[in-house]
Design a protein around this ligand. Structure first.
Ligand SMILES: Cc1ncc(C[n+]2csc(CCOP(=O)(O)OP(=O)(O)O)c2C)c(N)n1
Length: 616
């Protein structure tokens, strides 16, 4: 294997073009095999194999920096920067991460997982390098999906006038997870047709810069004239107009063209935008045909491809419930930030395309736009993953809650989300949402309660958030009517009270049954409302049992438990959840064991807590 020759990223420079082509096929096979076994991001990775090889052929990673946007497309990079032997552990507990992680390799220059940060980070680095008068190249690689975010636009705007040496590579595959929808994608599709321009560009550059002494200066003059001429042909040369030298578009699967165009940047000062066209899912026909389906996958059979059937998830419940309720309620609209499939809203889109809004990767805009719709009498349901709604903290405070807008926040993937790791766990939403005035926060114990909460949220004419976990649904078959701020006592007891949030309710019920065998009579309360908090029910229960346990799928130090310890003597409360630290990737159940949140660990810890307190 050619890949075995790569001990160090600089070894790629020693390969012939033909060897690089063979290398790209070897890498595709490894990525496909590994992702089919471990799950992960497939289509985006298959699309950037040649681009990564070209970049490593050009850059010197002992000094230069590559900053990946989102980081979900870093598999080729990992294989070529020392992680080939561990690649079979991708995303597994204790294995390598599916995203760049600086604690994994010195070649991962910035930890990432959320979208649209690369240009800001790269510009910051480039500015620092310039202050230090060092000679290092900085390259940001951003997809056309990630480019739609406000953060990327802000960075693009700042870098454009910065005169800082920086290369922004726009990896344009026409797709976010779904197809891009906004005006920017229309603009890019116009640029994509400019194929001949690349060749002309590199030929001029080669001839002129080879002229001794004055070559570089002459090139600047030629480039200026060329820019003017180009402006005549290409309407709205947006990138040039905001300060970039625009290069491309170049075929992102042609290694030699890409190396040439990268080399041609050596003579250009200031920010460069290199437009690279790639095919998402390249090399595996099924993912080429349905790149959205193969964006992020669970393990699958390579020959058969992904099977359409899956067990029903909480996101499905959300999609189905909204479809049902929207039939007779024209006020209901659904909003997503580029996650129609993941959040279950693609179903809503099918039924009510005119009441469905995919605003692309713009969580902040999704929230503020929804506040405007609410002011005009609509009821926007905004479905955003817990980890991505972190982006919208101010919009929830300032636009939704201060303005008392009837917006329903559907906080999907709340809690431990497993294999994507630090950047994707939804374990902070209870901590930060609970600080926001005028926001009601609910967490259902099961699928039916999620349905009831969505119904409840329609008749509650103020800001409201419902958080629910990743994964298959459960049903507990016990549902008292939902009343604002009222929790639900699921099992009465006299020895100890267990306050459980969302997914942890079923686990708490199971534990309480085990405890009965030890003659410990536990009361189990489904908290339902984190805010407003049902102080009366909890205090009544505590006055009876004198011991409290809280269990949540969130950071417990600043999450739900913090509300309890405000009211109740801390010695009498034992809290379970995730500690105040970043939680790495791994199977959900492995991580739960590690943090003592699985049923057995919780049971043992609760017995221990009970016995210690009984002795006192
Ligand atoms: C803030 C944020 N919102 C949503 C996501 C989920 N997400 C991961 S990749 C992706 C699409 C990225 O599209 P693009 O940048 O074009 O890259 P491609 O996958 O097409 O290569 C989305 C929406 C995220 N990672 N971060």
């Amino acid at each position: 294997m050619i890949l075995d020759k790569i001990k160090n990223p600089s070894d790629i420079k020693k390969l012939s073009l033909n060897e690089k082509k063979i290398l790209s096929e070897e890498i595709r096979d490894i990525i496909l095999k590994t992702v089919s076994e471990n799950g992960g991001h497939l289509a985006s990775n298959l699309g950037v194999v040649e681009l990564t090889i070209a970049l490593l052929s050009y850059l010197d990673l002992d000094k230069d920096k590559i900053i990946w946007d989102v980081g979900h497309q870093c598999y080729t990079y990992k294989l070529l920067t020392g992680r080939k032997d561990k690649f079979n552990t991708l995303r597994k507990t204790g294995g390598i991460s599916g995203f760049p992680r600086s604690n994994e390799s010195n070649y991962d220059f910035f930890d990432v997982g959320h979208s649209s940060t690369s240009i800001s980070v790269a510009l910051g680095m480039a500015r620092a390098i310039s202050i230090k008068k060092e000679k290092k190249k900085v390259v940001a690689i951003i997809g056309d999906g990630a480019l739609t975010s406000g953060l990327a636009m802000e960075a693009l705007n700042d870098a454009g006038i910065s005169k800082t040496n920086l290369i922004v590579i726009l990896n344009d595959n026409k797709m976010s997870i779904s197809k891009n929808t906004g005006g920017l994608s229309q603009f890019l599709s116009h640029l994509r047709t400019r194929k001949t321009y690349v060749k002309l560009n590199s030929i001029i550059r080669k001839i002129v810069t080879n002229i001794p002494f004055i070559g570089k200066y002459l090139y600047k003059i030629v480039a200026y004239i060329k820019k003017r001429i180009k402006g005549l042909f290409i309407k709205n040369m947006y990138f040039e107009n905001i300060g970039y030298t625009y290069l491309g578009p170049v075929n992102g699967h042609n290694i030699s063209d890409m190396i040439n165009i990268l080399k041609s940047t050596n003579n250009i000062d200031g920010p460069i935008l290199l437009h690279v066209i790639t095919k998402k899912g390249k090399g595996y026909l099924k993912s080429e045909l349905e790149p959205n389906k193969y964006h992020a996958v669970s393990p699958f059979d390579i020959n058969k491809g992904l099977i359409n059937k899956h067990n029903e998830t909480y996101s499905d419940i959300v999609g189905n419930t909204l479809v049902k309720l929207a039939k007779n309620d024209k006020r209901i609209v659904a909003v997503t930030a580029a996650m129609a499939e993941g959040t279950g809203l693609s179903n809503f889109k099918k039924h009510y395309p005119k009441r469905f809004y995919d605003v692309e990767i713009c969580e902040e805009h999704a929230l503020t736009m929804s506040s405007g719709m609410a002011k005009e009498g609509m009821i926007p349901f905004v479905a955003i993953y817990s980890t991505f709604i972190q982006r919208g903290y101010d919009e929830i405070i300032h636009d939704i809650c201060l303005n008392d807008c009837h917006v329903v926040l559907l906080v999907d993937r709340a809690g431990n989300t497993g294999n994507d790791g630090e950047t994707h766990h939804g374990i902070y939403d209870l901590s930060f949402l609970k600080t926001i005035p005028n926001l009601v926060i609910m967490a259902p114990k099961d699928a039916f309660e999620l349905y009831l909460m969505i119904k409840f949220s329609i008749n509650y004419h103020h800001p409201i958030a419902i958080r629910y976990p990743k994964g298959n649904i459960i049903n507990i078959n016990e549902n008292k009517k939902i009343l604002l701020g009222k929790s639900e006592i699921l099992k009465e007891g006299r020895d100890i009270t267990i306050l459980a949030v969302g997914k942890m309710v079923q686990r708490s019920l199971n534990i309480s049954h085990k405890l009965s065998n030890d003659n410990i009579d536990a009361e189990v309360i489904n908290i339902r409302f984190i805010k407003p908090f049902d102080y009366d029910t909890v205090i009544q229960s505590f006055n009876k049992t004198h011991l409290l346990v809280t269990i949540e799928d969130n950071d417990y130090e600043y999450g739900f438990a913090e509300i309890i310890t405000k009211y109740i003597n801390q010695d009498k409360v034992k809290s379970f959840g995730y500690p105040d630290t970043f939680i790495s990737h791994g199977n959900i159940s492995d991580l739960e064991k590690k943090y003592h949140l699985d049923e057995d660990s919780l049971y043992n810890e609760i017995i221990d807590f009970y016995q210690k307190n009984k002795q006192v």
